[in-house]
Design a protein around this ligand. Structure first.
Ligand SMILES: [Zn+2]
Length: 163
């Protein structure tokens, strides 16, 4: 395909609008980017302010901002907090010990609602250093455990009169 007057006019128009040589080549069709550049030079149009970096870019969308990590702060708090055992109310089978039968070396893991008659303690043999059995100690000291803070605090308060 040659350079008809019409195509040259289009080339001039697009070039002055700020399109890059490759964009113009695409619009015209049938010519390469190099052919466009050569024609631009021959027409004496190359004096455009920034021919290699068109001010108008139809291709690049603005970059999306980087996604902000949603949980660095809680992690830091967790790291500084001492590992305090916080019992969690679980739906689990009633324990073998009650307030009356709970002994020194029995797991003091509370099971159920402390204000109800069905409230029990785990009652299994407790770990040598802690108030809980191995399984419940693992739960109590687990840092990632999602806890219901208020219910854990309420529980601790209500247990103070027993332990
Ligand atoms: Zn236990």
């Amino acid at each position: 395909m040659g350079w008809t007057d019409e195509r040259v006019a289009t080339l001039k128009k697009l070039w002055l609008e700020g399109l890059s040589a490759s964009q113009i080549a695409k619009q015209l069709g049938g010519v390469t980017r190099n052919a466009v550049i050569g024609k631009v030079h021959r027409l004496g149009l190359s004096g455009r302010a920034t021919p290699s970096q068109p001010t108008r870019s139809t291709f690049k969308a603005p970059r999306a901002p980087r996604p902000v990590s949603s949980h660095p702060a809680p992690r830091r708090i967790e790291a500084h907090a001492p590992p305090v055992p916080r019992p969690v109310i679980y739906d689990e089978a009633p324990g073998s010990a009650t307030v009356l039968t709970l002994g020194a070396h029995m797991c003091k893991w509370p099971i159920g609602d402390p204000s109800s008659d069905s409230f029990t303690f785990c009652g299994r043999v407790s770990d040598k250093d802690g108030p809980y059995c191995v399984q419940h100690a693992a739960v109590a000291y687990q840092p990632q455990q999602s806890r219901k803070k208020t219910s854990a605090n309420e529980l601790a308060r209500s247990l103070r009169r027993y332990i």
